[in-house]
Design a protein around this ligand. Structure first.
Ligand SMILES: *[C@@H]1O[C@H](CO)[C@@H](O)[C@H](O)[C@H]1NC(C)=O
Ligand SMILES: *[C@@H]1O[C@H](CO)[C@@H](O)[C@H](O)[C@H]1NC(C)=O
Ligand SMILES: *[C@@H]1O[C@H](CO)[C@@H](O)[C@H](O)[C@H]1NC(C)=O
Ligand SMILES: *[C@@H]1O[C@H](CO)[C@@H](O)[C@H](O)[C@H]1NC(C)=O
Ligand SMILES: *[C@@H]1O[C@H](CO)[C@@H](O)[C@H](O)[C@H]1NC(C)=O
Length: 481
């Protein structure tokens, strides 16, 4: 079973790598490097006996005998709980030794920080037969997806055609109509139902990490614990089933857990049923690991339009993006472009400093995009960006996005939610602008409807989707080999 997963992952990783190899020779370079052994201490060794069989998910190990091998320089060139000099955080950086989740929780444990919480279920046991292949859009015709599709009944899902690859450039007709579609990726169009800031709370910093739980999430977790800081984690279903203990540790400590799809696609490129599959399987993975169902989600790349939005709301999940200023400046640290080599650590830090200076002129609090999938992104956070944020004057208030929006933990999860109008009243259509009726009104944080202008203003991120594919491919390889 393990071999099957590994080969699927390798196939996915290799095909992704093949697609983009002209841009990302680093993927090939890593594959070419001598194989080295990485400490298996990253493995989520669960407390319950049954959970050790969860090790069938590729990154999990069943004990000392298992070592995860990966390509790249020897793991001895690592920094443990510390972090490397900025100049050494790069696409070619050495593989780091990873840390295991420190605490395992027994079934029935209750989070103590919110009322009406559900007890933790039995340790998650992975079975290949019951889950879609990792890092691929799940089969939209499965029984599960057919069942979840019924959640869309009674909702008006706009009939908007799929984009080619989620970028303005590849879908010019859609880009011309980006405002009417409420397409965020193409011009920053939002609706009132989107969470994009910490409203009215100047100085609040909605801290978010996407794409985990990964090998290095525990390093970040430990750092945040030391500083007494909580964040929102937008988790990928394919990673959740690999590292259930890491997710449990985050959730039990009070971090907010949200949905970030199963395979990290551009959601506007998918059919309705595929979108339901991406969100549904991730929601199910989180539910099986934590016993709760998030009432929020984040679209990968911020790629959302009114169709994706309506499906997400119909499934009970409020979209959360990150802040984009009225001049079109996006609060994306570009940390995730470092592993693929598209951005250097210096450039990412410079972008972060621009975020800090842009933030100081906002009246609202803001939401910043960071990632916990790679050593490079976690090192940037714990070594550079978060310390800078903490020592900034006046100091920022780093906290989870639900909290900075005044949403109690209780309402962040379906099982304990007591607000009948959150995420959405289920007895009427989808009211994308929150005025009580279905509406086509739109607003753009850019203040301009010019798709051309907006396409031009996001030059750094124009290469981003490709490089994240490469990043995900590399991660899958590391995970698989
Ligand atoms: C891979 O290794 C071979 C043999 O050492 C070498 O000829 C080739 O150039 C390498 N390829 C890359 C992409 O580094
Ligand atoms: C633009 O989008 C709106 C909303 O989806 C749709 O009603 C309209 O037909 C679209 N117009 C064009 C020219 O595609
Ligand atoms: C990154 O910035 C540091 C400090 O400003 C500088 O010394 C270093 O040369 C820069 N590295 C690169 C690769 O630009
Ligand atoms: C926001 O950042 C951009 C990019 O660095 C910069 O050009 C702009 O001046 C900044 N705006 C503010 C208000 O700081
Ligand atoms: C319930 O949620 C809505 C948003 O859907 C919010 O406006 C309202 O303040 C919430 N009510 C309570 C009591 O939290």
């Amino acid at each position: 079973m393990k071999l099957q997963i590994v080969s699927v992952l390798v196939a996915v990783a290799l095909s992704e790598a093949t697609n983009i190899k002209h841009r990302h020779a680093d993927v090939a370079k890593r594959q070419n490097s001598s194989t080295s052994t990485v400490s298996a201490s990253s493995s989520p060794v669960a407390s319950g006996s049954s959970s050790s069989t969860a090790a069938t998910a590729s990154a999990s190990a069943t004990g000392a005998a298992t070592s995860l091998t990966t390509t790249g320089p020897p793991a001895s060139a690592t920094w443990g709980t510390s972090f490397p000099p900025l100049s050494q955080i790069s696409s070619g950086m050495p593989t780091e030794i990873t840390q295991a989740a420190a605490t395992t929780y027994t079934p029935g444990s209750m989070p103590t920080y919110y009322s009406a919480a559900s007890p933790l279920p039995s340790p998650f046991v992975y079975s290949a037969a019951t889950w879609p292949a990792q890092d691929k859009v799940p089969d939209p015709t499965s029984d599960e997806v057919q069942e979840w599709l019924k959640e869309l009944d009674g909702f008006k899902i706009p009939d908007i055609d799929q984009t080619v690859d989620g970028t303005c450039g590849s879908s010019p007709a859609a880009a011309q109509n980006a405002s009417a579609r409420g397409w965020w990726t193409c011009g920053g169009w939002t609706r009132d139902t989107d969470i994009t800031v910490c409203p009215g709370k100047k100085g609040d910093w909605g801290l978010s990490f996407d794409d985990g739980p990964g090998f290095y999430s525990t390093k970040l977790f430990n750092w945040l614990s030391e500083k007494n800081i909580l964040a929102t984690f937008f988790t990928v279903g394919s990673r959740v089933i690999e590292r259930p203990d890491v997710l449990r540790e985050e959730y039990m400590a009070g971090h907010e857990i949200s949905v970030h799809t199963w395979s990290h696609p551009h959601l506007t490129t998918l059919t309705n049923a595929q979108i339901v599959a991406e969100l549904g399987w991730t929601r199910k993975a989180i539910k099986e690991v934590l016993g709760v169902t998030p009432t929020t989600m984040r679209p990968p790349y911020g790629d959302i339009d009114d169709r994706v939005r309506a499906i997400s709301l119909a499934m009970g999940m409020i979209p959360i993006i990150w802040t984009r200023t009225s001049s079109g400046f996006s609060f994306d640290t570009f940390d995730w472009e470092i592993p693929g080599g598209a951005v250097t650590s210096n450039q990412s830090l410079a972008q972060f400093n621009s975020i800090l200076s842009n933030a100081s002129s906002l009246q609202d609090g803001f939401i910043v995009l960071q990632h916990d999938l790679f050593g490079a992104t976690v090192d940037m956070a714990v070594g550079y960006t978060l310390p800078a944020a903490l020592s900034y004057s006046p100091p920022y208030n780093l906290l989870p996005i639900g909290q900075c929006n005044g949403i109690p933990y209780t309402n962040m999860y379906l099982e304990s939610n007591v607000n009948s109008t959150f995420p959405y009243p289920t007895d009427s259509g989808v009211d994308v602008d929150g005025d009580g009726s279905t509406s086509s009104q739109s607003k753009s944080s850019s203040g301009s409807s010019s798709a051309t202008k907006n396409a031009g203003s996001r030059q750094i991120s124009s290469i981003s989707s490709v490089s994240l594919l490469s990043a995900v491919a590399v991660a899958a390889l590391w995970t698989a080999l």
